[in-house]
Design a protein around this ligand. Structure first.
Ligand code: CP
Ligand code: NVA
Length: 312
């Protein structure tokens, strides 16, 4: 594996990374998975601040166990613990945390918050989910796709549901960078942001890949991976009734899965999932589901990102 120097880099969105850099991180993550269980101390002496405005199981635990499991010091800080954006500006919090920590993870609402943390802290900042993007998730998703389907380039990933959410956005960007065909099946009012689609279009073209956005569930045909996410993301709880009405025809169930016409198609979901809404129990708990591997891969990919950007 050819080493690529990513020391000092933040991960705010995959738009800032080249396809080669993403491939390097995927190779590192693969190696981490093969070596899991080996007791190393690569994070000894390293402190990472974990800032959470929203809840988390997988992301928080992946960062905590990756750092803490190798002798480092992860410090969890929810908005009820620190002054961030309340009594103190984000810029000032960033300046202080940058003096005390080697890196910062942020999960919350605004993409501008994670950008400000990166601008003023002087240390690598990782986007652990904002309203706009969920990049660490997308890397784990590609790792899972490659474990089951081989190299991402030329494969077809199909996202069904809320096509304008953070997970769909990051999947679009990473697909564009890696040359994976990406289909979004969503009602017209939940289509991906036009500006993001416009930015990704030349990247798909450069890699001979296609990005298709449609309301027609028949577009799932030929998918190598079928992906869905909750209909109501964190912070949008008031939209629940509207979303259930809009997205019910887009539930990933046996009938929709059959539209792939691919017996080897795998099912992915970032989790947490609501069985009976975006996916049936039969699919998520069924033979083609890879959601538990996907959840485990969060740790390997997050570890790879930290090792590379901290130069460890
Ligand atoms: N997929 C994901 O980000 O899970 P958590 O919300 O539990 O971190
Ligand atoms: N779109 C979901 C992802 C959760 C991991 C949310 O933002 O709540």
């Amino acid at each position: 594996m050819q080493k690529i120097n990513l020391k000092g880099r933040s991960l705010l969105t995959w738009l800032d990374y080249s396809g080669e850099e993403i491939r390097y991180l995927l190779e590192l993550a693969k190696k981490e998975k093969l070596e899991k269980g080996q007791r190393k101390q690569r994070f000894a002496g390293i402190s990472v601040a974990l800032l959470f405005e929203k809840r988390s199981t997988r992301t928080r635990c992946s960062f905590e166990t990756a750092v803490g499991g190798e002798g480092g010091h992860p410090v969890f800080l929810s908005t009820s613990d620190i002054h961030l954006g309340g009594k103190e500006t984000i810029e000032d919090t960033a300046r202080v945390l940058g003096r005390l920590f080697d890196a910062i993870e942020f999960r919350g609402f605004k993409q501008s918050t994670v950008e400000t943390l990166a601008k003023y802290s002087g240390v690598p900042v990782y986007n652990g989910l904002t309203d706009a993007y969920h990049p660490t998730q997308a890397l784990a998703d590609v790792q899972t796709i490659e474990e089951n389907c081989g190299p991402a380039q030329g494969k077809k990933l199909c996202f069904v549901g809320d096509g304008r959410n953070n997970v769909a956005n990051s999947l679009m960007v990473i697909s564009a960078k890696l040359g994976m065909n990406f289909t979004v099946i969503a009602p017209d009012t939940l289509r991906p942001d036009e500006e993001l689609v416009r930015r990704c279009a030349p990247l798909f073209k450069e890699k001979n890949a296609v990005c298709e956005i449609t309301a027609d569930v028949n577009a799932a045909k030929g998918a190598d991976a079928l992906y869905t996410d909750v209909w109501v993301s964190m912070g949008e709880e008031a939209k629940k009734a509207e979303r259930v009405k809009l997205l019910s025809p887009y539930q990933v169930n046996e009938a929709l899965f059959e539209k792939t016409e691919n017996r080897n198609c795998v099912f992915l979901h970032c989790l947490p999932a609501v069985r009976g809404e975006e996916v049936t129990a039969g699919i998520i708990d069924g033979q083609q589901s890879r959601v538990w591997d996907e959840a485990e891969n969060r740790k390997h990919t997050i570890k790879a990102i930290m090792l590379a950007t901290l130069g460890l």
